[in-house]
Design a protein around this ligand. Structure first.
Ligand code: ZN
Ligand code: ZN
Length: 395
């Protein structure tokens, strides 16, 4: 079968030391310290085969390009990949996907029925392959699994004709049938994973909101946009999004934002205070990846707003120091939480139910492309910010 594969050279930087979970030449938890000269190409590879009784084979219908796919293929001036996390190459990329079950092991259970997966079941799957038996997993925190593998990062992913996953990571999309016709069901299904990242950030980690609260989202990428939709559905009074790109601001409005701010032209602090009648926001989502730029403004809103008890959830990854003023968080009774992942806490099934009840995330798909076009678009997304989500649609 055909698959989009990433190859890179294992060439650790001088200061890099092999970590306890790293495997020389194959796998590291610190991608950008090791992998050099990435190359993405469509190749012929063997079809996946069921090896364990709990596994299923999925015929891939749709798979979106994630920012991390872009960063795995993008390099600094020395040729090292920008993506800092768990990586094992060569690998088939792609983790925001949906498809149809074509083969199921005898113990591959579908949670929709509590029976073996039916052939033809439409599904999506988690990307984080949590182990289920380490301490964080056993305590209910699979997003922090100590034995994590990641689909499309160190395990073959879904920019392919077929992908194999253990049934415990798969979720039925039956609920979307009748709501999304034809390919749209699979396009919606491919957005469950990134939407779950936003849900985990604003609801699970951020603690959610009470209907009538105000929220501020900084950054209008797929995660920020999904947060807009989720929080509007959660009953936010004012959803305010700050984002330089006009395309993304307009999408935010379509997804339910009450106000959008262009931070390059408007004063973010004054705009938020104005739109909320001086009350400020209960929840802020840092989804820009440049916290050092936006943090002083978040603090100023928290400081000057009349509302107290704000939570700032950090979801964008950034290896940057944040200039935090403790006094602001003390006096205004505010808090900060970090958010990682999308698994556990009932997140995937709730996102699917939200989509079934009309939260249509397919609006963020700018373009559907063929598998052959994926390498080109992974490159194009490095610079073209008019594209939000680009999604492969297989025949
Ligand atoms: Zn992703
Ligand atoms: Zn674990």
């Amino acid at each position: 079968m055909r698959a989009v594969r990433l190859h890179a050279k294992w060439d650790p930087r001088p200061e890099f030391k092999l970590g306890p979970k790293d495997i020389e030449g194959k796998l590291t938890w610190l991608g950008s310290k090791v992998w050099r000269y990435p190359e993405v190409r469509v190749e012929e590879v063997p079809e996946p085969r069921i090896e364990k009784p709990t596994e299923i084979i999925i015929k891939v219908k749709a798979c979106g390009i994630c920012g991390s796919d872009v960063h795995m293929a993008q390099t600094d001036e020395e040729g090292y990949i920008l993506y800092p996390g768990l990586t094992g190459f060569p690998v088939t990329l792609g983790h925001e996907f949906s498809g149809v079950v074509v083969e199921a092991g005898p113990e591959a259970i579908n949670r929709r029925t509590n029976k073996r997966f039916e052939i033809g079941e439409p599904v999506c799957a988690e990307e984080m392959l949590w182990c289920g038996h380490c301490r964080p997993c056993a305590e209910g925190f699979p997003n922090h699994c100590e034995n994590l593998n990641e689909l499309g990062f160190n395990v073959d992913g879904a920019f392919a004709e077929y992908v194999k996953v253990d049934a415990k990571y798969a979720w039925s999309l039956r609920e979307l049938e009748g709501v999304y016709e034809g390919d749209r069901l699979f396009l919606a299904g491919s957005l469950v994973e990134p939407t779950s990242v936003a849900y985990n950030a604003v609801i699970v980690r951020g603690g959610g909101i009470r209907p009538g609260d105000n929220v501020v989202i900084l950054g209008g990428g797929p995660i920020g946009l999904a947060a807009v939709a989720i929080l509007k559905h959660a009953g936010a009074s004012k959803v305010i999004l700050s984002e330089p790109s006009e395309v993304r601001r307009n999408l935010a409005k379509e997804l339910g934002a009450d106000h959008v701010i262009d931070p390059t032209k408007e004063n973010f602090v004054e705009a938020v205070l104005d739109y909320t009648n001086g009350l400020g926001a209960k929840l802020f989502l840092e989804a820009t990846g440049v916290p050092q730029l936006v943090w002083p403004q978040i603090e100023e809103v928290i400081w000057r707003a009349r509302g107290i008890n704000a939570t700032v959830a950090i979801v964008a990854r950034a290896d940057a120091k944040i200039p935090l003023t403790g006094e602001v968080f003390q006096v205004r009774r505010a808090q900060i939480v970090g958010s990682q992942g999308h698994s556990g806490h009932g997140t995937f099934p709730r996102v699917i139910s939200l989509m079934a009840s009309g939260m249509d995330m397919t609006k963020i798909i700018s373009k559907t492309v063929s598998m052959e076009e994926i390498p080109e678009y992974i490159k194009r997304l490095q610079t073209d910010k008019s594209l939000v989500k680009v999604t492969m649609l297989n025949e």
